[in-house]
Design a protein around this ligand. Structure first.
Ligand code: SF4
Ligand code: MG
Length: 333
């Protein structure tokens, strides 16, 4: 069994002054070894909260994982103490964030920051850690690694800094990498280089990647499978081909309107008219009802079940459900 990560019916909510926000509402997916799963959706759809929950980064309180579990191989991450989690974070699971500058410590050299993880989490000597740091800099394509090791973050360009962040994330050879908008802060040329780097590293190390993004160009380039999130739920999940060529959910179809081809880079999500629902009071039925051109009476009141389109493709939409015909017929009487 090569499933490395299994998220099962995950629910996350946050207490705020305005009330309880139910940010993630029953998210489930699996990730296999060496695979890249992209989680896409508009801002506020719950994709970052999902990835933070996997990493054990939900501040509790005000956050709360109110149901479900996250299994990393055979350990349940949602049951772990802070201390146990720290042993997993950065070693078995690593995370990369959008802004490479905040991820690096401006007062430490690149070498110190690379070696830190190795020295903390393994029995390696300083000399061995340095060798490892040099090897990582070579792997992520930083020229003159011997010299560069002694330099500080501000001496590197934005693209180089993101390469260093990736090197730090990977130096302890994690099995799972979670990347939240890893190329959003970079210009298009550098973005393409970083995405190539992800592919190269994955081919060399077999690392599994969860990629959080709102950028369909990024998804088209490196995802194997795509989970589309809307209002705290995965409303469609499939292989890249299934999602790009036979999208079933009206929301997915709307997102893809502006991206006719798989090889387009840096294509932003197509804005869809209207706004996502308020997650202080999530709708009972399909959360897309108010924006959906195909909405039926039933959509507003009853959440659609998941319809299985293929072994790899699932969708939550009444249009796919044979019973919707019956509902329609009743409504017309
Ligand atoms: Fe549209 Fe209804 Fe499908 Fe929701 S369930 S996407 S409202 S057709
Ligand atoms: Mg985000």
């Amino acid at each position: 069994d090569d499933i490395i990560l299994s998220v099962d019916n995950l629910h996350v909510s946050f207490k705020t002054y305005g009330g309880n926000v139910h940010a993630v509402r029953g998210v489930s997916f699996d990730l296999r070894k060496g695979e890249t799963l992209a989680i896409v959706g508009e801002s506020g759809c719950g994709k970052s909260v999902t990835s933070n929950a996997i990493m054990g980064l939900i501040p509790q309180p005000p956050g709360r994982i109110s149901d479900g579990k996250v299994m990393f191989k055979d350990v349940n991450l949602t049951n772990m103490t802070k201390k146990e989690l720290r042993k997993v974070q950065g070693v078995d699971i690593s995370m990369i964030f959008q802004d490479p500058m905040t991820a690096l410590n401006p007062t430490l050299t690149i070498g110190e920051q690379l070696m830190e993880g190795v020295l903390t989490h393994t029995k390696a000597s300083k000399a061995e850690a340095k060798e490892k740091a040099l090897a990582m800099l070579r792997l992520v394509g930083i020229p003159n690694p011997q010299e560069r090791l002694k330099q500080y973050p501000h001496q590197f360009s934005g693209g180089m800094r993101q390469r260093i962040v990736i090197a730090i994330a990977l130096i302890c050879e994690p099995e799972l990498l979670i990347a939240d908008e890893p190329t959003t802060a970079l210009d298009v040329t550098i973005q393409a280089q970083i995405l190539e780097l992800f592919e190269e590293i994955q081919a060399k190390t077999g690392v599994s990647i969860v990629l959080i993004t709102h950028d369909l160009g990024v998804v088209a380039k490196i995802a194997d499978r795509i989970a589309v999130m809307y209002a705290g739920k995965i409303i469609e999940l499939g292989t890249k081909r299934e999602i790009f060529y036979t999208p079933q959910h009206p929301y997915t179809q709307g997102l893809l309107n502006s991206v006719p081809r798989l090889d387009l880079i840096a294509e932003e999500l197509q804005p869809i008219e209207g706004t996502p629902p308020d997650l202080f009071a999530p709708p009972k039925g399909c959360a897309f009802t108010a924006r959906c051109p195909f909405a039926m009476e039933v959509c507003e009141h009853v959440h659609p079940d998941t319809t299985i389109k293929s072994a790899t493709h699932r969708v939550d939409c009444w249009l796919q459900d044979k019973r919707a015909q019956a509902f329609l017929a009743t409504a017309q009487k």
